[in-house]
Write a protein that binds this ligand. Structure first.
Ligand SMILES: Nc1ncnc2c1ncn2[C@@H]1O[C@H](COP(=O)(O)OP(=O)(O)OP(=O)(O)O)[C@@H](O)[C@H]1O
Length: 234
């Protein structure tokens, strides 16, 4: 398994957010993470990456126990993170944002070059000297995805990558997600549009109160919307 959470717990102060959650992502698998607001999706991602301390259980990356490791060490094992809110550096140019994290992947792969990212996102190519803060929301999102790809990751984590964007831009982001999938990079995708998530993933997990309450092949979950809706409350 590329990444695995085993009986993971996490707290914010007294609030017990992750309550013994287990899930795993296989190499090359596109995986969706669904659940109503506040069910702990972002907290799970942050705990996998060591941004939130696990208060129980473990996180394994490529079979190695990385529980309690620093985020830098964890992402160096091949994880590209596109956080909710994008995390673009506002005072750096588009070019600087892209090249700052550029590196070959853990197996030496270097498919995602500066040129390929610009070919994927022509809008960025036209704005290389603009500052991060001067970009539209959609452009910032593309920049955040492009930056993650330039680390040549084995796994890309996308947290609400289409949030608050115009429909045309949203469609472009989903096209990119499909392209990432076709290249064999694994993904973990959180998005409010559960239909789009299920259409673009192999498997999906549904979270409720810090646990996985439903898991399966995305196509099967999409074929039983009644069960899904019971957990998503839509
Ligand atoms: N830094 C924090 N300190 C305290 N509580 C927090 C913090 N961040 C999130 N929470 C709480 O933890 C719970 C889980 O939040 P989380 O963001 O992981 O959920 P989510 O499923 O990602 O939902 P959303 O889609 O709203 O982001 C929520 O009740 C939230 O209010």
């Amino acid at each position: 398994m590329l990444i695995e959470a085993r009986a993971l717990h996490a707290h914010y102060g007294q609030s017990h957010i992750l309550q013994g959650l287990s899930l795993s992502i296989a190499r090359g698998a596109a995986v969706g993470l669904l659940g109503r607001n506040g069910m702990g999706k972002t907290t799970l991602i942050r705990t996998l990456l060591g941004l939130v301390r696990a208060s129980g259980g473990s996180v394994l990356v490529d079979g190695r126990d990385m529980t309690g490791a620093r985020t830098e060490q964890i992402v160096r094992l091949g994880i590209g993170y596109v956080p909710e809110g994008r995390g673009v550096f506002p005072n750096l140019s588009v070019r600087e944002n892209l090249v700052m994290g550029a590196r070959p992947g853990v197996r030496g792969q270097n498919d995602w070059t500066f040129e390929r990212v610009l070919a994927t996102f022509p809008r960025l190519a036209e704005r290389l000297s603009h500052l991060g803060s001067q970009l539209s929301g959609g452009e910032q999102q593309m920049l955040a995805i492009g930056r993650a790809l330039m680390t040549n990751p084995d796994l890309v984590i996308l947290d609400e990558a289409t949030e608050g964007l115009a429909p045309q831009i949203v469609a472009e982001i989903w096209r990119t997600i499909a392209e990432i999938r076709s290249t064999g990079i694994a993904s973990l995708i959180v998005d409010r549009n559960y239909r789009a998530v299920l259409a673009n993933t192999d498997r999906a997990f549904v979270m409720e109160k810090g646990q996985v309450v439903l898991a399966g092949e995305s196509a099967s979950l999409a074929a039983d919307l009644e069960t899904l809706n019971r957990h998503l409350g839509v």
